[in-house]
Design a protein around this ligand. Structure first.
Ligand code: PLP
Length: 368
């Protein structure tokens, strides 16, 4: 069996470093916020070359609080994509603002900067680009448009820890950058976690208050806040794992280029890496006709795959509106029917990638 992701293999490789960090944090009794969280916030901000990091309890909370810190609320519109995990849109919805979808670029599957301007109205307050699958969105034109219209830009970098755009790490390319540390992400906790990065001390201060009941100091609630605090144990574990992130990213990129090599000349479209970027391959998503049959074939050969994502957010039952219906986002909708994510994680061997290639090729023959 070749799993889509093998968290056990990763854990086994670093268990001896995690255990002392866990027992130290348990003994310290700083289980919520505290020294480990502060240290991780600083180390992750430094890793990305950001000024400030504020740790929270999930990537969704990071997005929610970043939007609130930017003053987004009812009556506002926020431009984003439907080709994303539902959390991007849920966070916008939590604020009372309305998500406005823009279609994605055919090659990168990230927001198409050429379509943003025509989606802007007087109610538009922000843009939330998503660095989908670990590939940076094309931030220069996005920032240029945002500055011209006075819009806030918040990066959804939940899938892109360590990814780079023109030599700069994602999460630092806009007003705020939001990350998730869900276990399956490129940098994952042993539970939930998230962080907001920013260079703006006013945003950071607001988010620090909002994550902890809007308190200025204990029992002085100056904002309506939330219980969105990061746990000490998760921070301690993330500090250990951050030291391995670059090696894991290199391994992911090696597997990705090996897949590229193996699949060259087939009917499969491999992920397209934009020049001047460093894609971190959270997901290695191919595009293939007759996707569901190909997937079944892989499944029968015990190769696990994923689909990111089968139903774009604008067509999800909970988020469907008459403002954006089937047919309105043709590139997004076509991709949803063709994308297939192959196994990728740092511990995956070349031999296994070769096996995936062999099964894929016989599946293509059968479905041709
Ligand atoms: C995972 C993810 C999130 C949400 O992060 P959680 O930590 O699961 O709340 C948001 N956006 C994208 C694109 C994601 O992949």
């Amino acid at each position: 069996m070749i799993p889509f992701l093998d968290l056990k293999a990763q854990y086994e490789s670093i268990k001896d470093e995690i255990m002392p960090a866990v027992s130290e944090t348990l003994a310290s009794t700083q289980w919520i916020l505290g020294d480990q969280v502060t240290a991780f916030e600083n180390e992750f901000a430094q890793y990305c070359s950001a000024g400030i990091g504020v740790g929270v309890n999930s990537g969704t909370s990071a997005l929610h609080l970043a939007l609130l810190a930017a003053g987004i609320g009812p009556g506002d519109k926020v431009i984003t994509v439907a080709n994303t995990f539902v959390a991007t849109v849920a966070a916008i919805d939590y604020t009372g603002a309305q998500a406005v979808y823009v279609d994605v670029d055919e090659h990168t599957l990230n927001i198409d900067p050429g379509l943003i301007e025509s989606a802007i109205t007087t109610q538009t307050k922000a843009i939330v680009p998503v660095h989908l699958h670990g590939q940076p969105a094309d931030m220069d034109p996005i920032m240029e448009i945002a500055r011209r219209y006075g819009l806030v830009v918040i990066e959804d970098a939940a899938q892109a820890h360590g990814a780079e755009y023109r030599g700069r790490r994602v999460g630092t390319l806009a007003d705020m950058g939001c990350f998730s540390f869900y276990p399956g992400k490129n940098l994952g906790a042993c539970g939930e976690g998230g962080i907001v990065l920013t260079d703006n001390p006013l945003y950071a201060e607001k988010i620090r208050m909002l994550r902890d009941w809007g308190q200025e100091r204990k029992y002085h609630h100056v904002h309506k806040g939330f219980n969105y605090r990061m746990e000490g144990l998760q921070a301690a574990i993330l500090r250990v794992k951050l030291r391995h992130l670059d090696a894991w990213t290199t391994a992911r990129r090696d597997i990705a280029s090996y897949y590229d090599e193996l699949l060259a000349g087939s009917d499969i479209t491999c992920p397209w890496e934009q020049s001047n970027t460093r894609h971190v391959y959270h997901v290695y998503a191919i595009r293939v006709r007759d996707r569901d049959r190909v997937r079944q074939h892989l499944d029968k050969s015990h190769i696990q795959t994923g689909i990111h994502y089968p139903i774009p957010v604008h067509l999800q039952a909970a988020y469907a509106t008459s403002r954006c219906v089937s047919g309105d986002l043709p590139v997004t909708e076509r991709a949803a029917g063709e994308l297939l994510s192959l196994p990728i994680f740092a511990e995956l061997g070349k031999h296994e990638a070769m096996q995936v290639n062999n099964v894929l090729r016989s599946a293509l023959k059968e479905t041709a």
